[in-house]
Design a protein around this ligand. Structure first.
Ligand code: FDA
Length: 390
């Protein structure tokens, strides 16, 4: 093996690595794509319930979380959802919009992996899986990677090994170790798009396990209007997964249980049905309505309550405060917030500013999207940016 056998080694054959390798290969670069898993694209295969929510047509930089909210703009503008949809269409992969701009395969996520592998094959990419990367060294502008039985070398190295979410699927913090080895900073990784756990006074809500209802969830300045689900550990459902990316330990999460209700609705309800109880009046699943009514401690008929008390109850229902005591952690997190600091990378090319030839793409980087296809779009866009540059 000589220094010139590959122009680039891409570490990690997930969404971003496959895209990056295919793009670079099709530009005539000699690319080696390595993965320690036996199979490429494992997270793609399980994503979207096996149908892969591969992009979101509402992709915009403000739907991504990063220490530098501007970083993702360039890559997202140069490889858009329309570009990926055009690729999917070229392969005749049927798809549909499920909700909120989320595009899914009609058939199977396997079609997306097969498409990306075909794109790699078109670019002559060599794919090698199933062995650990033991060490990476860098000297005289050449990266050397100990993989399998012999070292492989290239003048460019792409870190595409993702984040530590779902370790049982082979996810590791390898990207961060490697980045640190090259002097890059790491923004503290946190589990994201993850259920929140409840304790203390909130623990009673765990009895509602299985109950779901549309809410507006708030943490800090962020708000999401989608469904929340009570679980035997706490809170989940799309609204909670979304808000988890913004939640910090110790912070409250406030829930508007009736986001569509007009102001004064409870006093109006008293006038319309004074004999009804609060629990029977709340347009919520029965068990939830019962629990909230008990907590609000307004027993008996609505007609017996003062308008003031009802206005207070309405206000509490609109800003019900939970104090999560944690999350279900990386074991249950769909993605990771944080990662390789964008301050160390070029937003045009994803190359490390201080290490020419070293790139980082995908979830490994401190850019995290909302739930709903945004994270794959970042993987495609950042992979494309690096694949065009190296
Ligand atoms: P990704 O994790 O895909 O790939 C990293 C690759 O590196 C893996 O193949 C891994 O084996 C390899 N690797 C790791 N450590 C290594 C090491 N030490 N040596 C060699 N190889 C190593 N997003 C979305 O937009 N729509 C969706 O529907 C879903 N659904 C979804 C469901 C579930 C259950 C999860 C866990 C996640 C999602 N996501 C999602 C998120 C999405 O899967 C995620 O954002 C992308 O897969 C990130 O792509 P990357 O290529 O960066 O990492």
């Amino acid at each position: 093996m000589t220094a010139t056998d590959y122009d680039a080694i891409v570490l990690g054959a997930g969404a971003a690595g496959l895209m990056c390798a295919a793009v670079a290969g099709q530009r005539g670069r000699r690319v080696l794509l390595l993965d320690h898993a036996e199979q490429v694209g494992k997270k793609i295969l399980i994503s979207g319930g096996g149908r892969c929510n591969f992009t979101n047509i509402h992709t915009a930089p403000d739907r991504y979380i990063s220490a530098n909210p501007h970083f993702a703009k360039s890559a997202l503008a140069r490889y858009t959802p329309a570009d990926f949809i055009a690729l999917v269409d070229t392969y005749g992969i049927a798809h549909h919009e499920k909700t909120l701009g989320q595009l899914f395969c009609d058939g199977s996520a396997k079609q997306i992996v097969a498409m990306l592998l075909e794109e790699c094959a078109k670019g002559g990419v060599e794919v090698r899986c199933g062995q650990p990367v033991r060490a990476v060294t860098h000297a005289d502008g050449i990266f050397s990677v100990a993989f399998g039985d012999r070292p492989v070398r290239a003048s460019n190295l792409v870190i595409a090994t993702g984040g530590p979410s779902i370790p049982k699927m082979g996810a590791t913090g390898f990207a961060y170790d490697l980045a640190r080895q090259f002097g890059l900073k790491i923004v503290e990784p946190r589990p994201s798009l993850v259920p929140l756990t409840l304790g203390g006074d909130d623990v009673l809500f765990r009895d509602l396990s299985g109950v779901a209802t549309p809410v507006e969830a708030h943490a800090g300045k962020a708000a999401f209007r989608e469904a929340a689900l009570f679980t035997h550990k706490g809170l989940s459902g799309p609204a909670i997964l979304q808000i988890s990316s913004y939640w910090r330990p110790g912070d409250p999460v406030t829930i508007d249980f009736l986001p569509a209700a007009a102001p004064g609705w409870l006093i109006d309800a008293k006038r319309a049905r004074p004999r009804a109880t609060l629990a029977a009046t709340l347009p919520l699943p029965d068990r939830l309505a019962q629990t909230l009514a008990e907590r609000l401690a307004l027993p008996g008929e609505l007609g017996a309550q003062t308008d003031r008390k009802l206005a207070d109850a309405e206000a509490r229902l609109a800003r019900w405060t939970f104090r999560p005591n944690g999350t279900e952690g990386f074991a249950k997190a769909e993605v990771t917030v944080g990662g390789i600091s964008t301050a160390n990378l070029s937003s045009q090319t994803m190359m490390a500013k201080s290490v020419p030839g070293l790139y980082a793409v995908g979830e490994a980087v401190d850019v995290t999207g909302w739930l709903g296809g945004y994270n794959f779009q970042w993987a495609w866009a950042s992979g494309y940016a690096a694949g065009q540059a190296l």
